[in-house]
Design a protein around this ligand. Sequence first.
Ligand SMILES: [Zn+2]
Length: 404
Amino acid sequence: MSVKSLNQFEKARRSVKRAEIEKLVKDLVKIPSHREVPTMELEVAHFLHEFLQGEGIESKLRTVVKNRPNVIAVIKGSGDGKSLLLNGHTDTVPPYDMDIPPFTPKVDGGRLYGRGSLDMKGGLGAMAMTLVGFRRAKAKLEGDLYLAAVVGEELKSDGTEDIVVHGPRADMAIVGEPTGLEIQPSHRGLEWLDVHFYGKAAHGGQADKGVNAITMAAKFVRAVEEDLKPRLALRKSKYTLSATINLGVITGGQQPSSVADHCMIKLDRRWIPEEKVQQVFEEIYDIFDKLKREDPRFKAKLTRDPANMLTMTHVPNVVSTSHPLVKSLERSVRSVTGKPPKVTSFWGWTDAALLTHFAKMPTVVFGPGGAGAHARIEYVLTEDLVKCTHVYSQVALDICGASS
Ligand SMILES: [Zn+2]
């Protein structure tokens, strides 16, 4: 980092206090923003927008779906440098049966507890405070530094699809999902699929007059478990964790004394960059063909689960480990944490894939550590909130460049 950058970083760093970062994350956690809240992300988006404006940062609300706006903020550069987008989602999963008060955040033993503290109001708060730091330090960047606080990541990625279609466009981006300060330039693609099995109803006392859809589903399950799953486990990737398949939901039949004429399985398939999405479908069709050869009455249909995707396929994310953003993150993590940076692969799917693939904005996942995303006890490490803010700040200066 140049002396000029270093000075600006020091100024930006000093201008933001640890307690302020924690307070912002707590304030974000206090506002429920999950799918069961009638106004969903609206209130938290307004809060963040007003917070940023209160700091003198240029911020606007862009409606994605009725009453569900993204917050787009920017520290404008002088126009010469590369631009960077910091992306985080404002929605969370519902509290379900949490063992802690979900929306009364509490800090205890270096952990900030609450629904969404880790996934991902922690990362989002650190990103917002990065812009605040630059603004307070009156730091001048060459390239633009954007913050996009997006809606619907836990649903259909509505917010990030909107960024892909309508901008803003940057040269590269960071998604602040929790990675425990590991740099994760890649992850698998994701398909949620529905498999419908069709039988023929009959009285249970005359079951041989019917065709049982549950029995067909059982044969399918067996083929997946005994044949497909072991093959996928061996399908290693150069970039990501191995391919997987998970049978998540099964429903079917009406009552005990009827032959079930319908059964459905919902499955989750994580595919590696070396696979093609067509292959995901073809392997299921191959099972159908095999089961049909064994029993010509076998009848099944495969469809995409309409619940998890708008228009863009959930492709894998692949950014080269030698990309300047990865290298910049490595340098920053080393200098902020004093430890050698770890470059690994994210286990889940994230909006990073949409930005990398469809917006041609190479995007890396990097965020704080903690535990319990989507679980009964969720927390983010407060120390990591501070470290993340510093890493994001250093990377922003590094990528965007300090202007005189
Ligand atoms: Zn998340």
